[in-house]
Design a protein around this ligand. Sequence first.
Ligand SMILES: Cc1ncc(COP(=O)(O)O)c(C=O)c1O
Length: 397
Amino acid sequence: MNYQEFFEQEIDKIKEEGRYRVFANVKRITGSFPKAIVQMNGISKEATLWCSNDYLGMGHNADVLEEMSRVILSSGSGAGGTRNISGTTPYHTLLEEELAKWHKCDSALVFTSGYVANETTLSTLASKIPECIVLSDALNHASMIEGISHSRARKFIFRHNDMDHLKSFLDQIPKYQPKIIAVESVYSMEGDVAPLDEILDLARKYQALTYVDEVHAVGMYGDDGAGKIHEMNLDGEFDLIQGTLGKAIGCIGGYIAGGKSIVDFVRSFSPGFIFTTALPPAITSGALKSIQILKNASDLRAVHQEAVTQTKQALSKAGLPFLDHYTHIIPFIIGDAAKCKEISKTLFQEFGIYVQPINYPTVPKGSERFRITPTPYHTKEDIDHLVKALSLLMKEL
Ligand SMILES: Cc1ncc(COP(=O)(O)O)c(C=O)c1O
């Protein structure tokens, strides 16, 4: 095989479809969020970020930064080993205790990312539980899909949020056969919410384990920010909650929280947990500090929701096409990879706005979009500027 030619041809194909990814360099500057210095297509200038997952700006929180600086100076840059081989520090243990408390669970376990948490937990559970079948929402994140595929367990993919479809699959499986229902609470690209209470009813009726990815909800919803499950008064009802430390919490890492035995099982059998260097102590201490702040940050969450509402209202008033599922994620559908890229380029070059195009395979072809994520730090002027720029460019198209 001519390997070189193969690689180049595959890259050429995605270039032709307009979905070759070129990363912008985004230099975030402490204190100026959501403004950053963005470098794209040879141009470098200040721009307002409208697609950050640092939803609440915690990546720049002064107390978090101080805590991380303190721990980096006192404990060093890395953990120095896997969790089993000298990589567990008091900061890891404290963080896991805090996460368990936050989610009203017995135990929690930290991984190097949310992706790894999903991939390795789902693949371990579905491969080790005898005859396990997985029922997975069609819009589940790639990390969940990979974990489920990797397990080689039998799987049923039900239509997004379609409980009748899920039920029709459950009806085909013997009641006593082990099964996992895997969903997200807030879906990352649609911004809509799973019918968690209905999922719970079905899981009880059909004796299924439940797995909920709360990556886009932790820090954001409920009186103490613990997520959608807490907001919906469903604490303690799901078998496993999965979350990230990399979005609203503003650091990096992922976790699961649940009952003592299931978490201990994952800790003891998951290759993605066992065979990798632990997160640096400064990261786990920073995440811990961030969660402690977020538990008491109802005011920040209220300002955030206000910015989201204002953005949606301004988009509506301008007659612009977006999906509103009553969460902080605003999908703005363009429906064409090349146009999406072109608008993103012009927004940056002419208006000092940075919003990343979201293309296939992250979303289906024909539903290419921007995923607009206001933060508490976007001002009314920022919102007006965004909507004005989008109106102009959409008209031109
Ligand atoms: C729904 C969902 N789950 C998991 C992940 C992975 O989390 P992390 O970025 O911490 O790896 C993402 C990342 O975007 C996500 O959107």
